[in-house]
Design a protein around this ligand. Structure first.
Ligand SMILES: Nc1ncnc2c1ncn2[C@@H]1O[C@H](COP(=O)(O)OP(=O)(O)O)[C@@H](O)[C@H]1O
Ligand SMILES: [Mg+2]
Length: 305
C-alpha cells in the first residue's frame, strides 16, 4: 500500500498583483520522501514553499499538510515542520547558540541545551557557537539555518535553494547531510532548487515547475522511461569495426577505441555488450543523456503551455 500523502495541493493558484505565480497546481508528497521542486528562477518554487507553510494564502484550490490547512492550524503545523528559507532567517546580532536557543524556546523544546550542543556539533559549528551569526560565511549560515530548522525535531523539512552561495565541497557535505537525515530519522524533505545536477542522486522524485505550472513529475526512472526514446551507449573497447553499424546497432566511432552505439531499449544493452565481449575487450560502458538535466530539457521541449 502506498503511504498516504502528508502534503497535498489541489488546483492551487496564486497571483501577486498582475503576476500569476502559481497556476492550477496539484501534487502530493508522501511521508519519508525526498522530493525535488525544480525549475528556473521565477518558476514558483518559493511561492509553493510559502503556501505550504501558511505564510501566504492561495487564491484558489486547497493546500493541506498533515491533513490540515496551513492557515487554519499554523501553530500545530509549525511544530512539525522546519524551513530553511533562502535568507536562512537568523538574527545577525545573536551568536549561533543564542539563535538556536531563541528558536528552541519558541517551539518549547524541553531538552534544548543538549539539543543545541548536538546540532552545533553535527553541523561543524561547535567551535563557533559564541560568534555572532552576522560574522558567518554563507556556508556556516546555511548550516546554522538548517540546525535552526531542525531544533524541534520536525517531521517535514523544507529547504529553499539550500546550496546557493556554497562551494562544491560545502554543497556536497550539506546534501549528504540531508540524505542522512532522511535515511536515519525518516524526515520528509521538500527541496526547492534550480540546480538539477546537484539533486539528481538525492531526490526520490522530481516535480518540474514552469511558470507556476507542474509540467512533469516522477522518479528518474519514470522520466527516463517516458522521455528517452533510444539510448546512446558509449563503449570503450578494442573492438574492430567498419561501417555505420555493428550487428544491427547503429554506431559512431568518436575517437580510437571509443564507440557510441544506439539501442532502442535499455534491455538491448546487455545483448550488445555480450556481442562485443565475444570478440573483444570492454573497458567501460555508459548510457549517455540520461541525467536529470537532459531529461528536463526533453520535458521542456515537450511542453506546450
Ligand atoms: N511577494 C511577491 N510579490 C510580487 N511578485 C512575487 C512575489 N513573490 C513571488 N512573486 C513572483 O512570482 C513568480 C514566482 O516567484 P518565486 O516563487 O519566488 O519563484 P522561484 O522561487 O521559483 O524562483 C515570479 O514571477 C516572482 O516575481
Ligand atoms: Mg525561490
Amino acid at each position: 500500500m502506498a503511504p498516504s500523502p502528508i502534503i497535498r495541493l489541489s488546483k492551487v493558484s496564486k497571483s501577486f498583483k498582475d503576476v500569476q505565480a502559481i497556476k492550477d497546481l496539484s501534487f502530493t508528497v508522501s511521508k519519508g520522501e525526498i522530493v525535488g521542486l525544480l525549475g528556473p528562477n521565477g518558476a514558483g518554487k518559493t511561492t509553493v514553499v510559502r503556501l505550504i507553510n501558511g505564510v501566504i494564502a492561495a487564491d484558489a484550490g486547497t493546500v493541506e499538510i498533515f491533513g490540515q490547512s496551513p492557515l487554519a492550524e499554523s501553530n500545530s503545523i509549525r511544530s512539525r515542520t522546519g524551513v530553511l528559507t533562502e535568507s536562512a532567517g537568523l538574527y545577525g546580532h545573536m551568536t549561533a547558540k543564542e539563535n538556536l536557543a531563541f528558536f528552541a524556546r519558541i517551539y518549547g523544546v524541553q531538552d534544548y541545551p543538549s539539543r543545541i550542543d548536538m546540532l552545533l556539533q553535527e553541523f561543524g559549528l561547535a567551535e563557533y557557537k559564541d560568534r555572532k551569526a552576522e560574522t558567518f560565511s554563507t556556508g556556516m549560515r546555511k548550516r546554522l539555518g538548517i540546525a535552526k530548522a531542525l531544533i524541534h525535531r520536525p517531521d517535514v523539512l523544507f529547504l529553499d535553494e539550500p546550496t546557493t552561495g556554497l562551494d562544491p565541497e560545502a554543497s556536497r557535505d550539506l546534501l549528504g547531510y540531508i540524505k542522512e537525515l532522511n535515511a536515519r530519522d525518516g524526515v520528509t524533505i521538500v527541496l526547492a532548487t534550480h540546480l538539477l545536477r546537484q539533486v539528481q542522486e538525492l531526490c526520490h522524485r522530481f516535480l518540474f515547475l514552469h511558470r507556476g505550472q507542474l509540467i512533469e513529475s516522477g522518479t528518474l526512472r519514470q522520466l527516463e522511461d517516458k522521455y528517452l526514446k533510444s539510448f546512446q551507449v558509449k563503449v570503450e573497447s578494442d573492438l574492430k569495426v567498419e561501417g555505420p553499424s555493428y550487428r544491427g546497432f547503429p554506431l559512431q566511432q568518436v575517437e580510437p577505441g571509443v564507440l557510441i552505439f544506439t539501442v532502442e531499449t535499455k534491455s538491448q544493452v546487455p545483448e550488445l555488450l555480450r556481442q562485443i565481449l565475444s570478440e573483444a575487450s570492454v573497458y567501460s560502458a555508459e548510457i549517455l543523456g540520461r541525467d536529470l538535466e537532459t531529461l528536463y530539457f526533453n520535458v521542456r521541449g515537450n511542453f506546450r503551455g
